[in-house]
Design a protein around this ligand. Sequence first.
Ligand code: M6R
Length: 366
Amino acid sequence: EKGGYDHFMLKEIYEQPHAIKDTYRGRLLAKDGIIRMAGVENHKEKFLNANRIIIVACGTSWHAGLVAEYIFEDIARIPVEVEYASEFRYRNPVITNKDVVIAISQSGETADTLAAIKLAKQHGAFVFGVCNVVGSSIARETDAGAYTHAGPEIGVASTKAFTTQITVLTLIALKLAKEKGAISNSDFHYHLEQLELIPDKVSKALESDTHIKAVAETYKDATNCLYLGRGYNFPVALEGALKLKEISYIHAEGYPAAEMKHGPIALIDEQMPVFVIATKMGHYEKVVSNIQEIKSRKGKIIAIVTEGDTDVKKLADHTIEVPETLESLSPLLTTIPLQLLSYHIAVMLNKNVDQPRNLAKSVTVE
Ligand code: M6R
C-alpha cells in the first residue's frame, strides 16, 4: 500500500506532481485561456462584491491560506485576512454578509475550522470550502467549494495536501482576477501556462533527493533550526519549520527574513542551522543581505535557490536548487526540498515518521 516507499510521507511527497495535475485537470484550460470552477462560477457575485476574504484554517492548511493571501492581494487585488480558526471562533470577530470566508482543511473534520464556519454562517457570510476529503463535515457545512484532488493523505505530516491547496487557491485567485479585470489577458495566459508546467518542475525538484539526504545527515543532530523566507516564501518558511518539528522533534521556527534583526538574530551562532528560501525573484537582493548577516555571525546556511544561482552559492554552506518559475508559483517548488529534508532527518533519528507522537491526522476535538 506504500507503493514501494518506506513511509506514506515519502510516497505522498513523490505523488505531488500527479496530485497537482489531478487538482488542476479539467479546471485549468491553458490553451483556451479559461479556468473552469463551478463552485466559484456559480457564486461569482459573492466573491466579486466581497469587502474582503477571510481565510480560516489550522496548521499546514493555515500556511496554505497565508500563501493564498499573497496571491489574492497581489493578483486579484482583493483584501484578505488569514485567521487561525481557533482564535477566530472565540474572538467575537466582526463578520458581515459582505464577507467571504474560505475554510481550508485537508480532512474536512478539524473541530476549530468547522466551528469557525458555523460562526461565519450565523453572521451571514458566504462560506467556501477547500477540502481534500470528499463528503467530509466541512465540505458539507460550506455553501460551496472546490476539492483538492490530492488522493488520500495518510502521513500525519501534511505534504501533498499543502501543494494541492495552493493549486486550488491559485486557480481561484486567477479566475477572480480575470473576472475583475485586475490582470491583463497576456499576464493571465502566462500564469496559466506556467502553472501547467509546475508538475514537471516538482519532479525536477524531487531529483535533488540524494543531495538533500546528504544535507540532512549534516544537520540531523541540531537541536534548533531557523527557517527564513520573504513574500510568497515566508509561509513556506513556517511550513518548513512545522514539518521538521512534528516529525523529528527538533525545535524549529519560521520567520520572515527581515524580522530576524528584531530578535531571532540573537540566537545565531555556529550551532544554528538556518534554512533560507533565496530563489531569484522579487526580494532576492534583500534575502542575500539577510544571508550575509547570518554568515557574519557564523550561522550555518542552507539555501533553497533557483537553478543556476551563483551569488548565494558563494555564501551558503549548502544550496539546494529548484527550477525557475513565477514568484507567485514558487511556493509549490520551494516547499519540496524542505519536506524531503524533514523526512530524511526524522528517518535518520529513528522517529515514527507517519505517526509522530502526540499527533492525530484529524484533530476533531478542540
Ligand atoms: O485536516 P486539516 O487540514 O484541517 O488539518 C489541519 C492541521 O491539523 C494539519 O495541517 C496539521 O498541522 C498537520 N499535521 C501538519 O503537517
